[in-house]
Design a protein around this ligand. Sequence first.
Ligand SMILES: Cc1cc2nc3c(=O)[nH]c(=O)nc-3n(C[C@H](O)[C@H](O)[C@H](O)COP(=O)(O)O)c2cc1C
Length: 194
Amino acid sequence: MKATVIFHSVCGNTYLLAKEFYKSLNNLGFETSLYRVKDDDAKRWSEIFPSAEEYYDEVMALSEAKPENVLESDLIIYGSPNYCSNVSAEMKTFIDSTCMYYKDSLLEDKYFTCFATGEDRESGIDMCLTNMINYALGQCMIILPIPTKLKYEYSIPSCGITHNSGPLADKRPKEEIYIGIREYCKSIAAKILK
Ligand SMILES: Cc1cc2nc3c(=O)[nH]c(=O)nc-3n(C[C@H](O)[C@H](O)[C@H](O)COP(=O)(O)O)c2cc1C
């Protein structure tokens, strides 16, 4: 089964979660790919922000996502930074590019989940996640919920995995978040890998 993780990240936090999804799903037997979305400003940010410089080369070494990458996939995972209580413009541009498949329902019944990072928990990150979930619902994809057990054990909100990177975007994810992603991926594998 093919899984594709597609993310936007400037300061590296969303990338770190994307990489953990990629590694976890690969380890569980999914044929997994990891792509970044196009970002024409990435170089400029990497020269201004120390946190944007740290993972710049690693992120740029990945291939840029194309809409056909989701078409070829059984499980689609999007990761976005929370920009003004929404997905970033770069992530939105990519998401919109896949809507060419809407008319013929080509994404119908594909599995979907998403994650997000933001400065803090209180500034709209749920809306960023909810917008991605609404997109997937619109495309008739199957949303993979966070199991209740994981919500209790790892404090993962119902709408998805999140990380708060702080005012300078330099608070990197702690081990608990990576463990939460690994456990969530195990629950996904148990549900859809036969
Ligand atoms: C244009 C812009 C808008 C942002 N808006 C919000 C916001 O509304 N709420 C919030 O919590 N964080 C906001 N942030 C902070 C980012 O979501 C946060 O730093 C995120 O972790 C960055 O992800 P990255 O490290 O993968 O680039 C914003 C950052 C930028 C650059």
